[in-house]
Design a protein around this ligand. Structure first.
Ligand code: HEM
Length: 185
């Protein structure tokens, strides 16, 4: 069940229709992305801080919020550059971001609305700056790809932990999940 980040990235690109044209477009706006990244980080952390539970996580350790602001700015810019043209490095980095969130216990209920905020704020800024609609579409797609990495990290880490602890086969595990889901509905 071990996930290959680069293969996963390629699967997501094809599922989302994230094309070579999208990549070219994002790269051509990389400087603009860099300029607006700090403002996007401000919106993002203002949003997270308005939620009591997320506010507690963000301020749990000294200096965390400042570290996060810097890492968010970097992350945001990487969506435009693709790091190594959306290659192995990009995939490994996204996978690592997913694992960090799993470790801290930040789940889909936190991450999905947070990514929706990024998409909305970047859309507002795009319109204000009179940018191309195609840029908004490309950004929406790469945000969803990055989101899928964080979500998938949850599934992979949880499944791997159960399999390791119990010694169950994947087949048995899947059957138990299907039975459990059936009982809950
Ligand atoms: C759009 C969704 C999100 C993105 C793109 C994002 C981005 C990042 C990045 C790039 C890192 C650094 C990872 C590393 O150290 O390698 C990080 C860490 C972290 N994020 Fe997020 N994040 C998101 C959602 C959230 C949410 C909803 C929370 C909830 C409070 C959160 C809290 C944290 C915390 C506490 C850390 C670890 C900070 C530390 O102590 O170093 N993130 N995030």
């Amino acid at each position: 069940m071990s996930l290959n980040p680069y293969t996963f990235l390629q699967t997501l690109e094809s599922r989302s229709g994230f094309t070579t044209e999208d990549k070219q477009l994002l790269k051509s706006y990389a400087e603009w992305g860099k300029t607006i990244a700090p403002e996007m980080a401000d919106h993002f952390y203002a949003y997270l801080n308005r939620d009591e539970e997320m506010h507690t996580i963000l301020n749990a350790t000294e200096g965390r919020i400042h570290r996060l602001r810097d890492t968010f700015i970097q992350w945001f810019y990487e969506m435009f550059t693709g790091m190594d043209d959306w290659g192995q490095d990009y995939a490994d980095r996204r996978w690592r971001i997913g694992l960090v969130h799993v470790q801290i216990g930040i789940g889909p209920q936190h991450v999905v609305p947070a990514m929706a905020t990024v998409v909305q704020e970047v859309g507002n800024r795009l319109r204000a700056d009179g940018k191309d609609q195609r840029l908004q579409d490309a950004l929406g797609r790469i945000c969803m790809i990055d989101l899928a990495f964080i979500e998938q990290a949850y599934v992979e880490v949880s499944s791997a932990a159960v399999l390791r602890e119990t010694g169950w086969t994947e087949k048995l595990f899947r059957r138990l999940i299907a039975t459990g889901a059936g009982k809950m509905s």
